[in-house]
Design a protein around this ligand. Structure first.
Ligand SMILES: Nc1ncnc2c1ncn2[C@@H]1O[C@H](COP(=O)(O)OP(=O)(O)OP(=O)(O)O)[C@@H](O)[C@H]1O
Length: 714
């Protein structure tokens, strides 16, 4: 028999390679194993962080080296399903609507146990359900139907409650593009560590993690985005891992921690995770095609296919298991590759037998034998099995084998007799106070605005450009007769009010849409809550949203020749500024309600155009039916336009002949525009401010409700 288990590792060459790699890793500081480091003869306090002159531990053990409470996670009868829209439609067409909506089962009644102090890898082909399983256990699933139970040390932790005791590193993480790697980790340290951790200790933990995850080279590099290059994909991933590790969670979930990493970095990351388990942590990671060195680091292995467990148990015993089932992993092969290529493969590959025969004739013989047996079984099986591929037959057989295996029986025994000690209170995750969250976010948002000056520069340019444009178009309107003055001044005023509101709405839509992804991610990860975030964002944007309308109106005001006193300018500019910030609140509200950018951009004009159409200039409101006339009171553009016209027409028309046919009293301007029953100017300003406050509160409440509903206990 050519089954040799981990035979590859007994090869002298392989051993040497592993030893060399170990030595390289050892030569960097081992922040989580100081005790072992000193046993090797080194003085612990003298160990230095790679690439740094600082003593890493100053004689004190790093907190990552502390033992944490052992947490054992058990999942029972875990099923996750979603509505299969295609099948439901087909059924409806076939008039089988009595069956109700068709379901697509993604996780099929799974039982398992993640043991403390062990690194468990979840492996399986693409679409097997790895991420779904991790999400279902870690309380991340949003849609679909999930049933079953998750217990930690015997206590019910089903759903989002588990976030209190665990960290999660997502596959496609979103980070604020303008932060540097070090700042991102520091953010996590500030917002997630309890107050009792001193500033020095926090800084030390950040440094330790930078060393542990080999991030020295990029520590001061900005994260970047798709449009602005920053750190590499691997560095971003390691930054996210460091951000989760800083809180020192006793249980850590990672979705594809090695994707996008080169082989050596992938190994060092997995090695770091493996070390974390040595102090009692429970680490669970989904992983795609690990190389054989990484595979060797796994303590336990969960193999999934089509939402079913194919194997679960010690990784090193998996080869023995599959060998017994007729799938012996050949000598010198990476077991992970073998499982993907031969055991879990669902599709036939043309020419595979020839390749196998060339590479390993004995394996080719065995696999052909198995496939012949499966073909025969299929021929003799029920009608339902006749259409199935060999791949499908193999998976069915493996599923059945797992159900009947003594390994599964052993696992079920471990579940029954598992740890029932409960979770210690000290293990629960902490979060910084709301005040710390708020002050941190305020600092970060201000820094962010300054680091991304393009947006502010564009807004400043826009204010100057539009101010000059309006000024030129309606230049010195006082020189014309009363009717031209009314037309020109109302045009200039309406444009100023309209532009500041509309451009605020549209500029915030896309910006907030992108920012929202970072907010959701950080909220989900438990860094802060909605209130400090919203308040800090609101306060940082307020000066800009106010400043630019004042600038735009100032330029246009004296070029057009509007009511000269400076107090009149201030009043008009305030109307425009309030409309502008109301536009920002409305933009945030719309971008909070809808998830897709396309929908946001399509819905916005539907909301804005009625407000524009009914804002008092395009139609004489006396001709409007009552059921439409009230809509203007919801429009900041209406209050701003009417208020500004009231300021302008509070004086007599310049250059008006009192002996002529046209009245020179400014009131005529309002009458001519059909604005006879309007509210007093002060009331218009108060109502405009009230509308802004209402829109801001609505945006806050909607964001609060959405985050609560999505991530209830995060
Ligand atoms: N909310 C959902 N609605 C519909 N289908 C879903 C949903 N979530 C997962 N699926 C489907 O369930 C299957 C498993 O998805 P999952 O992301 O868990 O697979 P995976 O094993 O992690 O795959 P990969 O390795 O490619 O990331 C896929 O076919 C996926 O399309």
């Amino acid at each position: 028999m050519d089954y040799t288990g981990f035979g590859i590792y007994s090869e002298p060459q392989a051993l040497r390679t592993s030893e060399v790699r170990e030595e390289i890793l050892r030569s960097s500081v081992d922040p989580i194993q100081p005790a072992r480091a000193s046993q090797r003869g080194g003085n612990h306090s003298q160990i230095r962080i790679r690439g740094s002159n600082k003593a890493s531990n100053n004689g004190r053990p790093s907190k990552l080296s502390e033992k944490v409470q052992s947490l054992e996670l058990v999942f029972r009868n875990l099923t996750f399903s979603v509505v299969d829209k295609k099948e439901t439609k087909r059924r409806k067409k076939a008039k089988k609507s009595g069956d109700g909506p068709a379901k697509k089962v993604i996780l099929n009644n799974l039982d398992g146990i993640f043991r403390a102090g062990r690194l468990t890898a979840i492996m399986g082909p693409s679409g097997a359900g790895k991420t779904s399983l991790l999400d279902a256990i870690a309380g991340n699933l949003l849609g679909g139907q999930i049933t079953g139970q998750v217990l930690v040390n015997g206590e019910d932790y089903t759903g989002k409650k588990i976030k209190e005791i665990s960290g999660f590193v997502f596959q496609d993480d979103v980070l604020l593009a303008t932060m540097t790697v070090k700042e991102a980790i520091e953010q996590s340290a500030l917002l997630r560590l309890p107050k009792s951790v001193s500033r020095e200790e926090r800084e030390k933990r950040v440094e330790d993690l930078i060393a542990l995850l080999n991030l020295q080279k990029c520590r001061n590099t900005r994260i970047g985005s798709s449009t602005k290059k920053g750190v590499s994909g691997g560095e971003r991933k390691r930054t996210c891992t460091a951000m989760e590790l800083i809180a020192n969670p006793p249980m850590l979930f990672l979705d594809e921690p090695t994707s996008g990493l080169d082989t050596f970095t992938a190994y060092t990351v997995m090695k770091s995770l493996s070390r974390l388990t040595k102090r009692g942590r429970t680490v669970i990671a989904t992983i795609h095609q690990p190389n054989s060195d990484i595979f060797h680091l796994f303590d336990d292995l969960l193999l999934l296919s089509g939402g079913n467990i194919i194997y679960y148990g010690e990784a090193k015993k998996s080869m023995d298991y599959f060998s017994r089932l007729g799938y012996p992993c050949p000598r010198y092969s990476n077991p992970a590759d073998f499982y993907f290529m031969e055991v879990l493969r669902e599709f036939e590959v043309e020419g595979l037998n020839e390749v196998r025969r060339e590479l390993n004739p004995s394996l080719a013989n065995r696999m052909e034998e198995r496939e012949r047996a499966l073909t025969e079984a299929r021929e003799n099986a029920s009608e339902a099995s006749k259409g199935k591929s060999i791949g499908n037959m193999r998976i069915r057989e493996l599923r059945a084998a797992w159900e009947a295996s003594e390994e599964r029986a052993g696992m079920m025994g471990a579940i029954e007799n598992g740890n029932k000690d409960g979770v210690a209170v000290g293990t629960l995750r902490t979060r910084a106070s709301s005040w710390t969250q708020f002050t941190y976010l305020l600092r970060r948002a201000s820094k962010n605005a300054l680091r991304d000056p393009l947006l502010i520069s564009v807004q400043a340019f826009k204010a100057v450009f539009l101010g000059v444009l309006v000024g030129l178009v309606y230049l010195d309107s006082n020189q014309y007769n009363v009717y031209v003055q009314i037309r020109n001044k109302s045009g200039a005023i309406f444009f100023l009010a309209l532009n500041s509101f509309f451009s605020s709405v549209f500029s915030v839509l896309t910006v907030f849409y992108v920012e929202k992804q970072v907010f959701f991610r950080e909220y989900k990860a438990g860094y802060y809550t909605t209130t400090p975030y919203f308040l800090s964002k609101f306060l940082v944007e307020l000066p800009y949203s106010f400043l630019f309308p004042y600038l735009m109106v100032l330029i246009a005001y004296y070029m057009v020749g509007l009511n000269p006193p400076f107090s009149s300018y201030l009043m008009m500019a305030t109307f425009v500024a309030v409309s502008s910030i109301a536009g920002i609140s409305l933009g945030v509200l719309i971008a909070s309600i809808f998830d897709q950018l396309e929908v946001i951009l399509a819905v916005t004009p539907i909301i804005l155009l009625p407000l524009l159409l009914l804002s008092g200039i395009f139609v004489n409101s006396q001709t409007l039916p009552d059921f439409l006339n009230w809509i203007k009171y919801l429009s900041p553009v209406y209050y701003a336009t009417v208020g500004m016209l009231q300021v302008e027409f509070s004086r007599d028309f310049p250059n008006c002949d009192p002996a002529g046919n046209v009245p020179c009293n400014g009131q005529f301007g309002l009458e001519n525009l059909g604005l006879v029953d309007v509210l007093p100017m002060g009331v218009n300003l108060i109502l405009n401010i009230t509308l802004w406050v209402v829109l801001t509160i609505a945006a806050y409440v909607v964001l609060l409700l959405i985050t609560r509903r999505r991530y209830r206990s995060a």
